[in-house]
Design a protein. Structure first.
Length: 390
């Protein structure tokens, strides 16, 4: 942590605005390159106000979002395993991932196509095979499944605390509870103003989640990056059916929508959230109702899915949270330079499927900042693609 009195007008190699998941990762990997780094966050990460909140995240290598993500998922797994060697806190638990749903689902078809392209170890299962292995599954939309044994759970808050600790131990600095008021490019430097301090940096990474759109607009780019409200909840379950010793993490595609979830880890109950939403979920990050249960659907649409496919997991509500998603129209990430200011790098649009890539995104941003390029294929994440402006 830094003493504010020492920071006024201080110059850094890199300032990171938004020290959530991607910001802390980038801060750590940049600090390994001996860069003088300042990370700034409006809250105190890890916290519940961004998209990184919550204790667990799924990691799968066969991903239905597109084959361009698979090499990144595989690299991230390597890097998560490396991070595990640097902490006593649990980072990754292999419990397997099951993708299931109805035949003809484009998401499931892309999942298996990508697995075949990269020769991933995936089992294709019929409904009978799934129900024999996991008797807690049922429902008319349970038609086909793909099981990935090597997938599992990232302990998200442990991971971010580890990145934070390691970055600070390498000499990076972190300002918490400090909203950024303005970012001003001036020549070869960027000026950053908070309520109390001002800084100069050679380069800046903007990774402020739901606030990216607003900050980019101030920097002359009006992108379609829409924050929306989502809910997740933990329900009491039949542990014989749904504990993480007996049941995998899951992605479900059904007529009830697109859902993701976690088996009961250490007796906490099944955790489930809905990925897809509607325009009525669109929100402003400062005005979002963060109280779970403010709307009937907060709990109801989660229970609808459980009742249809995992009835034994539809028990007493243990806990519910409202969280904020920030997505692009095509649901692909943004990892790129600003079009007019080549010393500003933008990382955003990660909600719903981005956390598994936290290490490799940090590596990519470090590459861009230190070398001006990366060997990873990020062509799908261009800030100039038409979908961000139409």
């Amino acid at each position: 942590m830094s003493d504010r009195g020492d920071l006024i007008n201080k110059h850094y190699d890199v300032v990171i605005v938004g020290a959530g998941s991607m910001g802390l990762s980038a801060g750590y990997y940049l600090s390994q390159k001996d860069r003088d780094v300042l990370m700034i966050d409006a809250n105190d990460p890890p916290h519940s106000y961004g998209s990184h909140g919550g204790d667990t995240r799924l990691i799968r290598h066969a991903v239905g979002e597109g084959p361009q993500y698979i090499p990144l998922a595989l690299r991230s797994q390597e890097m998560w395993d490396e991070l595990q060697t640097l902490t006593d806190d649990e980072i990754f638990r292999q419990i397997g991932i099951l993708n299931f749903g109805y035949k003809g689902s484009e998401f499931l078809e892309r999942t298996i196509d990508g697995a075949e392209k990269y020769d991933l170890d995936i089992e294709t299962l019929s409904v009978e095979e799934m129900q024999e292995r996991w008797p807690g599954l049922h429902g008319e939309d349970l038609e086909i499944g793909y099981y990935e044994k090597k997938g599992g759970v990232i302990m998200g808050e442990n991971a971010l605390r580890t990145y934070r600790r390691l970055a600070l131990s390498n000499g990076a600095e972190l300002l918490v509870d400090t909203p950024v008021k303005s970012i001003r490019p001036e020549g070869q430097q960027v000026h950053v103003e908070t309520g109390n301090d001002s800084f100069k940096a050679d380069k800046l990474i903007l990774s402020s989640g739901a606030y990216n759109g607003r900050m980019l607009k101030d920097l002359g780019m009006d992108l379609k990056i829409q924050p929306s409200r989502r809910t997740i909840a933990w329900f009491e379950v039949d542990e014989e059916l749904y504990s993480s010793e007996h049941f995998p993490g899951f992605i479900g595609r059904s007529r009830y929508g697109s859902y993701y979830g976690f088996s009961s880890i250490d007796g906490t109950g099944v955790k489930i959230g809905r990925y897809d939403g509607s325009d009525e979920d669109d929100t402003d990050p400062e005005g979002m109702d963060r109280n779970f249960g403010s709307f009937e659907k907060d709990e109801a649409y989660l229970r609808d899915f459980l009742n249809a496919h995992m009835r034994g997991a539809n028990g007493k509500l243990n806990k519910g949270l409202a969280c904020i998603f920030t997505n692009t129209p095509d649901e692909d990430f943004i990892i790129d330079q600003h079009t007019e200011h080549d010393n500003i790098y933008v990382a955003g649009g990660f909600s719903g499927h981005g956390f598994k890539y936290v290490p490799v995104v940090g590596e990519i941003l470090t590459d861009l900042v230190t070398k001006g390029k990366t060997e990873h294929d990020i062509s799908s994440f261009s800030i100039t693609r038409d979908e961000l402006y139409e």
